[in-house]
Write a protein that binds this ligand. Sequence first.
Ligand code: PMP
Length: 354
Amino acid sequence: MVTGPKLRDAIATLPTYKAGKAPEPGEGKTFKLASNENPYPPLPGVLEAAFAAAGSMNRYPDFGSVELLEALAAHYGVPVEHLAVGTGSVGVSQQLLQITAGPGDEVVYAWRSFEAYPILTQIAGATSVQVPLRDEKHDLDAMADAITDRTRLVFVCTPNNPTGTVVHRAELERFLDRVPAGVLVVIDEAYREFNRDPEVADGIDLYRDRPNVCVLRTFSKAYGLAGLRVGFAVAHPPVAAALRSCAVPFGVNLVAQAAAVASLRSQAALGERVEALVAERARVLAALRSHGVEVEHTEANFYWLRLGERTVKFAAACEESGVTVRPFAGEGARVTIGEPEANDLAVAVAARFA
Ligand code: PMP
């Protein structure tokens, strides 16, 4: 018999988070298109702010992230009391589950979607209710039907990771009208800045008169601070305050806070980079289609190839060409829009698989 500390049953069967693979150091140039990272270096002024903050690393960061919260409030036009920051939006997602769900409770989300949802739900001891995507999109009617007395939280991921599809404002409003007031709806907009579809809902507009809506945003994608771990939630005061009370003390570190504040000040450069990535996305999708590759329309900084059983082979072929992508075995591959040279390598491999 194995003896040792008794761990919670939920932990023994936890699915593992498969982080995007970095390329093996090889002879030629290699690229990572596996984690939806931003290929650009930090925005102007950000490295300087981060360096300056790093000089005080013997001190704890500001416990309340006051300067960052004030900068976020000013930029997004929301009251400071409606904000909570965390260690990436995945950290905030974990706090969201802590404040809403435990054993016996249900968490509804589309599937396939962001792979942290099932893991965080299980860590909370709650039960996942996965509602299959329909044509790679959220099936909001089926999601509303899946809500029961036990439902505490619903994730809506738009643009959806990994399929890149979005939820339109009208359908989201219809859905929200059906959700009971006691269920928190989390609109995960990690890729919001890359959206160009005018009909897409903006969570920060929608949450204002809906106390059971919470919006998740991140500095990891468009802002390019994935390595520093800063995300935030916008929600009404009871939810935002609960999130702040569940935060790991000092979790958002001093360098991360300074870099996020400096990034918010660099909107012009941010806009140019996002625009360039959106233009590159259009170029890549056109190139894929010109080779007969079937690719889902995407509003994110990645695209989705439903390759089914050929997915793993495709990922291996990409790796041979010097790029890593994110395969979901038997389903499809998610490929980040990165440096044009990297994108071209992935397109060439996809063309061979068309
Ligand atoms: N939400 C979605 C939909 C994501 O794809 C990701 C990153 N893969 C996150 C949240 C988390 O990002 P971060 O924790 O870096 O903010």
